[in-house]
Design a binder for this molecule. Structure first.
Ligand SMILES: Nc1ncnc2c1ncn2[C@@H]1O[C@H](COP(=O)(O)OP(=O)(O)OP(=O)(O)O)[C@@H](O)[C@H]1O
Ligand SMILES: [Mg+2]
Length: 215
């Protein structure tokens, strides 16, 4: 369960997020919608423990992320949270498989090529295990980015605009794979991609003007 308690965030004087209390149940799959500048990316960074909110608390299960610092916070992030960014940050000099192995290593998990290959296989990417990221199509690279995230079986998966640079067919496939491969994790996807609503009906909407959650 991901829970925000009286959460607000300001950059300087300007309040960009005012979500109050919000609770996202275990295993929920939700879109985080709202116009550009409404604070979607900021909220994901706060949920990941990458950004400390100026007010309020964030809980992941029984752990208060806003009460944790340094190595303890890093450990929770590595073990429990997976993030898919719009810019994929694949390591260009490493093969597809090695990119997934690095993700296991960085999370502090056992580096296991068997598990990594299985994960790539579920995403239809095992045949490209030896390829370099530069030789992949955008949709393929996005699938590797998902493999790298789900290989650690995080409890919470956060994705920021994962489909914005994909065509219709790839966008739908990437969303469906994210949902399938979440394997019971809580999934929160920030997007202004209307196509996503066909795949994931549940939504949290951030309003630009009132800065309040309305649904
Ligand atoms: N580091 C920062 N310092 C100051 N202002 C920031 C910072 N990061 C974001 N903002 C501002 O906070 C507001 C929310 O930004 P955020 O990136 O969270 O919105 P978003 O909903 O993800 O937008 P988009 O749909 O364009 O990605 C914006 O007005 C942005 O300019
Ligand atoms: Mg954003």
């Amino acid at each position: 369960m991901l829970r925000f308690e009286q959460l607000r965030h300001r950059y300087g004087e300007r309040t960009v997020l005012d979500v109050g209390d919000l609770r996202i149940e275990d295993g929920a799959q939700m879109l985080l919608l709202g116009p550009s500048g409404s604070g979607k990316s900021s909220l994901l960074h706060i949920a990941a423990g990458l950004l400390r909110p100026t007010e309020g608390r964030v809980w992941l299960d029984d752990m208060e992320l806003t009460g944790m610092h340094g190595a303890a916070l890093d450990r929770v992030r590595g073990r429990r949270v997976g993030i898919v960014f719009q810019r994929l940050h694949l390591i260009p000099s490493l093969s597809v498989l090695d990119n997934v192995l690095v993700a296991q290593y960085s999370a502090g998990n056992k580096v296991d090529a068997g598990v990594a290959m299985e994960t790539l296989d579920r995403l239809g990417m095992s045949a490209k295990a030896k390829a370099k990221p530069s030789s992949l199509s955008l949709g393929e690279a996005q699938r590797v980015a998902i493999a790298r995230t789900v290989v650690n079986r995080p409890r919470l998966i956060l994705a920021d605009e994962p489909t914005s640079s994909l065509d219709d067919a790839n966008a739908e496939q990437v969303l469906r794979l994210l949902c399938e491969q979440a394997q019971g994790a809580t999934l929160l996807i920030a997007t202004h991609d209307a196509r996503a609503k066909a795949v994931i009906p549940q939504q949290v909407i951030l309003k630009a003007a009132a800065q309040q959650v309305v649904a």
